[in-house]
Each structure stands twice: as structure tokens, then as C-alpha cells.
Design a protein around this ligand. Structure first.
Ligand SMILES: Nc1ncnc2c1ncn2[C@@H]1O[C@H](COP(=O)(O)OP(=O)(O)OP(=O)(O)O)[C@@H](O)[C@H]1O
Ligand SMILES: [Mg+2]
Length: 250
């Protein structure tokens, strides 16, 4: 059996005074594995990611990293989260300072810190924006600044919440190539199912806080009935084509 890097063990989460948002979520993530997390609006994708990083404490269950339970509410630099809303993540005056924040927290300083920040800015293609105020960036530029802020910490698992949102076609392609070239395990929450197909061999489909399918990406995303039942559509590239258009198979 492959080594389990992260284990989600019967995790449930109820918002204070609110509904049950996650119900008995359980799955393992192997070293280097890339998993797409799909499901309708409000399914619980972002909540699951916040629980996995300790931002939101789970009501029941646990998150284990390398077999060790993450203490509730604690931050673990082994898991890096790209927030769905960039504004929730950026808070320093400039891009370079924002990217440096995480690395400094891990104990880097001086030339080592500068080198790590430069590397992250170059990898995400935003070296030119280093000294710009974060609140003057466009939506897509903010997305890339947030990603640089995660990569600089070199986490062993990345949780990416809608990573391609706000990106233009060129930056989306650059993001896919960047992620595809990385060794880290990833959980990618996205409504961009073509991106999920390109990057992930496995998909977890969640609806109303529960896992309804977990398996091979093409099998789940290509299952028209399953997808329709959970408010999803089969991505275009998995629909059989005739030379005149789509074949009608149902
Ligand atoms: N701060 C909050 N307090 C109470 N309920 C919340 C809070 N944030 C989110 N929720 C609720 O939790 C549920 C799950 O939300 P979540 O943001 O995890 O969904 P999601 O799958 O990420 O959706 P989307 O595709 O729209 O990003 C929703 O019903 C939402 O209304
Ligand atoms: Mg979300």
C-alpha cells in the first residue's frame, strides 16, 4: 500500500448555531497524489479545506498528517491553503512582503528569505509585481500572488480552492503547467472540470457535506447520471463527438 500522507478520519463539522456542513468525511491522500474536489455551490468544499488546515476546528473526527493528528485549530505548514477569495489571504503592503510572510514564519531570513521569495515570484510569473501594493492588483494577479505565498513555504500538500478563478487563458495554462510539474500532493476544489481532468487522476464528489463518489477522475466526471444528480455536467472533453457535433448517447 502507498504511504498515506494525509488522512481525513470521519470528519464532521457544524457551524456554530448553523447547519451540519460536513458529515463523516473520510479519505486518504497518498504522497504526491492529485485529487479533484468537485460538487455544487455550498457542498462544503471550502469548509473541508479550512478544516484540513486547522482554520476551522472540526466538530468530530480528525486530520492526520504523516499519522499524527493535527491539534484542533492549529496551523500546520505542511499543508498550504490557497483561499477561494484572494482578499482573505493577502494583507501585507506589497506583494513581496506578502509572499515573504509565510517563509519568515518558517524561520527564513536574510539572503535565504530573499531567494525563496524571488523563486516563488518567478515560478508564478509575477516577479514584475514584487513591489506593487496588493490592493492595486487585478483579480488574476491577486490569485497568483496568493499562490506564490503558498509555494514559498514548500508545503508537502497543497489545498487549492478554485485556483483558476479570475485567471485569463494564458495564466490558466501557466498554472496548469506549473502544478503539473510539481511533486506535492494536491486537493483541487474547482468548477473548472477540464482543469481537474488535466491535473487529477482521482476525483472526490461531494454534495450537502457528504462524499457521494471517490474514484478515477474520468469515471466520475464522465458519469452523466451521477453528475446530473449532483448538479454537475460532464466536461466537454469527455463527451463523445461525431464530426457534426456531440453524439447523443442517452
Ligand atoms: N461562516 C459561515 N457560517 C455559517 N455557514 C456557513 C459559513 N460559511 C459557509 N457556510 C455554509 O456552509 C455550507 C458549505 O459552504 P462552502 O463554502 O464550504 O461550500 P463550497 O462547496 O465551497 O461552495 P462554492 O462552490 O460556492 O465555493 C454552505 O451551506 C454555506 O452557506
Ligand atoms: Mg468554495
Amino acid at each position: 500500500m502507498t504511504h498515506s500522507l494525509v488522512r481525513i478520519d470521519s470528519l464532521s463539522l457544524t457551524r456554530p448555531g448553523g447547519p451540519v456542513v460536513l458529515r463523516d468525511i473520510a479519505f486518504d491522500v497518498a504522497l504526491g497524489e492529485r485529487i479533484g474536489l468537485v460538487g455544487p455551490n455550498g457542498a462544503g468544499k471550502s469548509t473541508l479545506m479550512l478544516a484540513m488546515t486547522g482554520v476551522l476546528p472540526a466538530t468530530r473526527g480528525a486530520v492526520l498528517v504523516n499519522g499524527k493528528p493535527l491539534p484542533p485549530g492549529s496551523f500546520n505548514p505542511a499543508i498550504g491553503l490557497l483561499f477561494q477569495q484572494s482578499e482573505d489571504q493577502l494583507f501585507s503592503p506589497t506583494v513581496a512582503e506578502d509572499v515573504a510572510f509565510g517563509a519568515r514564519n518558517l524561520g527564513l531570513s536574510g539572503p535565504k528569505l530573499d531567494a525563496a521569495v524571488n523563486k516563488a515570484l518567478h515560478r508564478t510569473g509575477i516577479a514584475d509585481l514584487a513591489h506593487r501594493p496588493v490592493h492595486h492588483l487585478s483579480g488574476g494577479e491577486k490569485r497568483l500572488a496568493c499562490l506564490a505565498g503558498i509555494l514559498v513555504m514548500e508545503p508537502s500538500m497543497l489545498l487549492l480552492d478554485e485556483p483558476s478563478s479570475a485567471l485569463d487563458i494564458r495564466n490558466r495554462r501557466h498554472l496548469i503547467e506549473l502544478l503539473d510539474g510539481m511533486e506535492q500532493a494536491m486537493l483541487i476544489a474547482s468548477h473548472d472540470l477540464e482543469l481537474v481532468l488535466e491535473l487529477c487522476s482521482r476525483v472526490i464528489l461531494i454534495d450537502q457535506g457528504e462524499i457521494v463518489a471517490d474514484g478515477a477522475a474520468e469515471g466520475i466526471l464522465g458519469d452523466a447520471r451521477l453528475m446530473a444528480r449532483h448538479g454537475q455536467e460532464v466536461p466537454h472533453s469527455l463527451i463523445p463527438h461525431t464530426h457534426l457535433g456531440h453524439a447523443h448517447t442517452t
